[in-house]
Design a protein around this ligand. Structure first.
Ligand SMILES: [Zn+2]
Length: 251
C-alpha cells in the first residue's frame, strides 16, 4: 500500500517509548512512502511496492516484536529511495541513483538543496527519535541492546538466497554467536551468518552511530521477505526471534 499525502506522513513512528524490556528496536526501511510532490520518483506504483523501495514485512515484524518484548521501537516514515536512513549522511548513495538494477529517475541530478531537504525532513527526525529513546534509557540506567530489523529479498541479481533469516555482525561476535545457536537449534532452516550482508561500518549508519558509538550491545537481523510477507509469517518469525533473544539475554 502506498500512502497518499492527504494527511502529512510522520518522519517516524515511535512504539512503546517507555517499554521496560531490554531491547530498543530500529527499523530503517519500514515504509515505502514517497511524498506526492516527488511524483513517485518517476517510478510505477508496482516498483514502489517492491523490495527496492522498502523492507517488505519488516514493519510488521518490528511491531509484533515491540509488543512481545515490551520494547521501544522506532520505524522510519519514508522510502529508502527518498532517503536511506541506514546510510551515512555524507554518502552520495543516501539518495540512491539505482537500486537492484532499477534506475530511480527522481533521484538523478538532484541539487544539493533538495538532498539536504530530504535529510532534514525524514532522516534527522527519525534518528533524533532513536537518540532520544537511548538517552532517556541511559539517564534511567536501563540496560539496552539495540536491535536493527531489516528484511531481504529472496532473489537478488538472479540468485535465490537460502537463508530464511540472517544476522549481520561485522566483527562483533559477542551477541551473535548465542543468537545463531538459538536460531539454528531446531535444525529446520538455514541461518545466515554475515551473509548476504556483513554490516559495513562505513556504509551502514544506524548500528555504528547509535550502538557502536555508545558502546551498547547490538544485533542486526534480516528476515527473508517471502517468509514475512503476511501477518502469519511475521508472527511466526517475530516469536522465533524473540525466543532466541530472550535465551541469549538470560545467559
Ligand atoms: Zn533494510
Amino acid at each position: 500500500m502506498i500512502n497518499s499525502d492527504s494527511t502529512p506522513q510522520p518522519a517516524f513512528t515511535l512504539l512503546r517509548p517507555d517499554g521496560r524490556g531490554a531491547f530498543v528496536l530500529v527499523c530503517d526501511h519500514a515504509s515505502n512512502h514517497v511524498p506526492t510532490a516527488l511524483h513517485r520518483l518517476g517510478l510505477t506504483g508496482a516498483d514502489l511496492a517492491r523490495h527496492i523501495a522498502w523492507d517488505i514485512g519488516a514493519a510488521g515484524v518490528t511491531t509484533i516484536l515491540s509488543n512481545l518484548l515490551d520494547a521501544p521501537a522506532i520505524l522510519s516514515g519514508t522510502s529508502r529511495l527518498v532517503v536511506d536512513c541506514n546510510r551515512h549522511p555524507h554518502r552520495a548513495d543516501i539518495i540512491p541513483a539505482t537500486s537492484d538494477g532499477t534506475i530511480i529517475p527522481g533521484n538523478a541530478g538532484l541539487p544539493d538543496a533538495a538532498r539536504a531537504e530530504r535529510v532534514a525532513r525524514w532522516f534527522l527526525p527519525y534518528h533524533n527519535a532513536v537518540e532520544m529513546v537511548l538517552e532517556q534509557r541511559a539517564a534511567a540506567h536501563r540496560a539496552t541492546m539495540v536491535v536493527s530489523i531489516h528484511s531481504m529479498t529472496k532473489n537478488m541479481s538472479g540468485q535465490d538466497r537460502p537463508w530464511k533469516i540472517s544476522l549481520s555482525s561485522h566483527n562483533d561476535r559477542r551477541f551473535v554467536a548465542p543468537m545463531l545457536r538459538a536460531l539454528r537449534q531446531p535444525g529446520d532452516v538455514v541461518v545466515g551468518d554475515n551473509q548476504p550482508y556483513a554490516l559495513d561500518p562505513d556504509l551502514d549508519f544506524s548500528i555504528p552511530y547509535h550502538a557502536i558509538r555508545r558502546e551498547l550491545p547490538w544485533l542486526q537481523v534480516e528476515f527473508r521477505q517471502d517468509e514475512v510477507a503476511d501477518h502469519q509469517g511475521q508472527q511466526h518469525w517475530a516469536r522465533r526471534f524473540a525466543t532466541a533473544l530472550e535465551i541469549q539475554s538470560s545467559q
